[in-house]
Design a protein. Structure first.
Lengths: 371, 286
C-alpha cells in the first residue's frame, strides 16, 4: 500500500462525504451563517442608494451651513439658518439622575428631570448632519459622509473579526465537523465506514478533507461576497484606487483567514467529536476562551486560533464605542504574529490535533446504545 | 390500521394529584442530571461569582477595611443597581451554558425514541409535559441565579444600616423578576431547540448559537447600518433593558422598555409555537 494509494482512498471518501456536507438539509444554516453578513452589506448598499435619492429630492443645504452648527445653538436658530430639515423626530423622556442616599434616614433620593429630545437631519449633497437637541438646545451634531470608504472598510474588518471568525465560522465548523463522526454515530451508520477496506486514519483524513472543502468554499465565498458588497455602493474612483493599491492583498488575506479558520476550528471540532461524548463542553470552553482572548496575557493569547487568524487580517477591528472603560483598560491585544509564523503555526497545531484524533479513531469501538 | 381486538380498558381507579403528577418528571430529571459529574462541576463553577460578590458586599459594608484608600472608593464599592446588574449579567451567561448542557436531554430523547405516546397515554396533557420539562430547567437554573442573588441581597440587608431595605427593596424584587424572565427565555430556547433538532448534540450547539450568534448579528446590523434597532433580534440586550428598568437604572440607548418586552414576548410566543408543532402524541407519516 503506497501513500499515493491511501491518498486516493482518502479522496474517494472525501468526495462521498462532500455531497452530504454541501447539500444536506442540515447544511442550510451553515449557508445562512456564511452569507448573512453579505446579505446585510448588500441591504446597506441598497438602503444608501435609496436614501441618497430621497435626500437629493428633498433638497440640500450649503456645506458651510453644516459646518456652522455648534452645540449650544437653539432649534429656532438652526431652522432659521438651514431651513426645513430632511427629517424631524421628537419625543419626551424622563431622565433619572444618579440615586443619592439621605445620610440621616438612609432613604433613597431620586431626582428625575423631563427631557424634550428632538432630532433634525440635514444633507449637503455629500454629508449628513444629525443634530440632537435637548430642551431646545443643540447638544450634539454628528456629521458623516454615508459613503465613507475608510469607515466601511473598518466596519467590514470589525464584522469579519468579531462576527465572521468568532461566531459564523466557529459555529459553522462546529456543525460540519462534529457531524462527520458524531453525526454518523447518532445516525448509527458509522460501522458501514468501518467495514470498508480502508485504514481508519485514511477515513479520518477523507472525512476531514470533505469537511474542510465544504466549510472553506462556503465561508470563503461568504467572506468574499461581503467584501465585494462593501465596495459596491462606493464611487468608481475610490474603488479603482483601492484595487490598484492594497485591494487584492486585503481580499486574499481575508479569504486566507476564513479558510484557515475552517482548518483550525475544523480539526479541533473533529477531534472533540471523536474524543468526547458531549463535544458541546469543549465548544463552549473554546467559545469563552476565544471571547476573552483580548484580555489574556500575551502568552495565553497565542494559544488560541483567533490570535493567528486576526494576525492575518489587514485592518484591525475597531473597538466598539459602548465598551466599558474598565474593559478598555484591561484590553491588551498581543502584537500580531507575522503571516510567515501565523500560517505554519496554525497548520502545525492542526496536524497535531488531527494526529490525536487519528489515535482516537484507531481505538474507537462503536456502541450505539450509549449514544 | 383497523383495530380488531379491543382488550385495552382505560384505568378507572384513583389517580394522584395534578401537582404530584407534574412534579414526577422534574424529580427524576434532576436526579439524572445531578448524576453527571460535568453538571455538578459547572453548577459549582457558576457559584464562584456569587461567592466573590459576597466578599465584595462584606468589604463594601466594612468601611474600616478601606478607610485610608480615598473617597472615590466609596462610590466604586457601593451596593447599588449597577452591582446587581453585573451579577445578573455574569450569572445569565452561566445560565446559557447550563441550559446548553441540560436542556437537550429533556425532549430530544423522547422524540427520537418515539416516547411521547407513552407520556400522553397517562393523565398528562401536552402543556403539563412542557411545564414539567420547564420545571426541571427552572429548578436547576434557579440554583445559580435568583437563589444566590437573594442570599446576596439578604446579606446586604443584614450588613447595611437599618433603612437600606426600605429604600432598596426593589433590587430584590427586580432581581427575582429579572431572573424569572431570563430563566423563562433560556428554558424556552432550550426546550424548543431540543424539540426541533432531536439530536442532543446539535440541540446543545443550537442553544449556545442562538444567544451568541443573535447577539453578534444584532451588533453587526447596528454597525453596518449605523443604527440601534438591530438590537431587537438580541434577546440578551432586550432582557438587559428590562433588568435596568426593574432595578431602577437608566435604560441603555437603543431599545426602550416596551420594545424590549415586545421582543421577548414575541420570542417566547415563537418558541411556544415550535413546541406546539413538534410535541404531538401521534405522527402522521405521509
Amino acid at each position: 500500500m503506497t501513500t499515493r494509494f491511501r491518498a486516493r482512498q482518502a479522496w474517494t471518501i472525501a468526495t462521498l462525504e462532500m455531497r452530504r456536507a454541501f447539500f444536506s438539509k442540515r447544511a442550510f444554516w451553515v449557508y445562512l451563517l456564511a452569507f448573512f453578513p453579505a446579505f446585510i452589506f448588500i441591504g446597506h448598499g441598497v438602503s444608501l442608494q435609496w436614501q441618497i435619492k430621497r435626500f437629493n429630492a428633498r433638497g440640500k443645504v450649503a456645506p458651510a451651513i453644516i459646518d456652522s452648527f455648534k452645540p449650544g445653538m437653539t432649534e429656532r436658530e438652526i431652522i432659521a439658518l438651514a431651513g426645513n430639515p430632511q427629517s424631524d423626530h421628537e419625543y419626551t423622556r424622563r431622565q433619572r439622575e444618579d440615586d443619592d442616599e439621605d445620610e440621616s434616614t438612609g432613604k433613597r433620593v431620586i431626582v428625575e428631570k423631563t427631557l424634550h429630545i428632538r432630532f433634525l437631519e440635514y444633507w449637503d449633497g455629500n454629508r449628513r448632519s444629525y443634530l440632537r437637541f435637548e430642551n431646545g438646545v443643540l447638544k450634539s451634531a454628528r456629521t458623516r459622509n454615508p459613503f465613507d470608504f475608510q469607515e466601511d472598510r473598518s466596519v467590514y474588518a470589525g464584522v469579519f473579526q468579531l462576527f465572521y471568525l468568532r461566531l459564523a465560522i466557529f459555529f459553522g465548523c462546529l456543525g460540519i465537523f462534529m457531524n462527520l463522526f458524531r453525526g454518523e454515530m447518532l445516525d448509527k451508520t458509522l460501522h458501514f465506514w468501518f467495514l470498508a477496506p480502508a485504514r481508519r486514519e485514511v477515513l479520518l483524513v477523507g472525512k476531514y478533507l470533505a469537511g474542510l472543502t465544504a466549510s472553506s468554499v462556503i465561508f470563503t465565498s461568504g467572506a468574499l461576497l461581503s467584501f465585494f458588497a462593501v465596495l459596491w455602493p462606493h464611487s468608481g474612483m475610490e474603488v479603482q484606487a483601492f484595487w490598484q493599491g492594497p485591494g487584492v492583498e486585503h481580499m486574499l488575506r481575508y479569504a486566507l483567514a476564513a479558510a484557515l479558520g475552517c482548518v483550525g476550528y475544523g480539526s479541533v471540532f473533529l477531534a472533540a467529536g471523536l474524543l468526547l461524548r458531549n463535544p458541546i463542553i469543549p465548544a463552549a470552553v473554546l467559545l469563552v476562551w476565544e471571547g476573552i482572548n483580548g484580555f489574556l496575557p500575551d502568552i495565553l493569547q497565542k494559544l488560541s486560533v483567533l490570535y493567528y487568524l486576526q494576525s492575518l487580517c489587514p485592518v484591525p477591528a475597531p473597538l466598539e464605542s459602548d465598551t466599558p472603560a474598565l474593559l478598555k483598560l484591561i484590553l491588551a491585544p498581543a502584537a500580531p504574529a507575522s503571516p510567515w509564523l501565523a500560517v505554519p503555526g496554525l497548520l502545525v497545531v492542526t496536524v497535531l490535533v488531527l494526529w490525536a484524533a487519528a489515535q482516537a479513531v484507531k481505538r474507537l469501538e462503536i456502541n450505539y446504545s450509549t449514544e | 390500521m383497523a383495530v380488531y381486538k379491543r382488550g385495552y380498558q382505560r384505568y378507572q381507579g384513583p389517580v394522584t394529584g395534578h401537582y404530584t403528577r407534574l412534579m414526577a418528571m422534574p424529580r427524576y430529571a434532576w436526579e439524572r442530571l445531578f448524576q453527571q459529574r460535568l453538571m455538578i462541576v459547572l453548577t459549582a463553577v457558576s457559584c464562584l461569582w456569587p461567592l466573590l460578590c459576597a466578599v465584595f458586599i462584606y468589604i463594601s459594608n466594612h468601611s474600616e477595611l478601606w478607610a485610608g484608600l480615598g473617597g472615590g472608593l466609596k462610590k466604586m464599592l457601593a451596593i447599588d443597581a449597577a452591582f446587581f446588574l453585573v451579577y445578573m449579567n455574569v450569572q445569565s451567561a452561566f445560565c446559557i451554558l447550563l441550559a446548553a448542557l441540560a436542556g437537550p436531554g429533556l425532549i430530544a430523547p423522547d422524540l427520537s425514541n418515539n416516547a411521547l405516546p407513552l407520556y400522553f397515554s397517562r393523565p398528562l396533557s401536552r402543556l403539563d409535559y412542557v411545564a414539567a420539562r420547564m420545571m426541571t430547567l427552572i429548578g436547576m437554573l434557579s440554583l445559580v441565579t435568583w437563589l444566590p442573588g437573594l442570599i446576596l441581597f439578604g446579606m446586604q440587608i443584614g450588613m447595611a444600616n437599618s433603612g437600606w431595605f426600605a429604600a432598596h427593596w426593589h433590587y430584590g424584587a427586580g432581581l427575582i423578576a429579572g431572573f424569572f424572565i431570563w430563566i423563562l427565555i433560556v428554558s424556552m430556547v432550550a426546550l424548543a431547540s431540543s424539540a426541533y433538532v432531536k439530536w442532543r448534540l446539535i440541540a446543545g450547539a443550537l442553544i449556545l448559537g442562538f444567544f451568541f450568534v443573535l447577539a453578534g448579528a444584532a451588533r453587526m446590523i447596528n454597525g453596518i447600518f449605523r443604527v440601534e434597532w438591530g438590537s431587537v433580534i438580541n434577546p440578551a440586550m432586550a432582557a438587559y433593558t428590562v433588568w435596568c428598568a426593574l432595578l431602577g437604572k437608566e435604560i441603555p440607548e437603543g431599545m426602550d422598555i416596551s420594545t424590549s418586552l415586545l421582543c421577548l414576548g414575541g420570542l417566547i410566543a415563537a418558541l411556544g409555537l415550535i413546541l406546539e408543532r413538534k410535541l404531538r402524541p401521534v405522527e402522521v407519516i405521509s
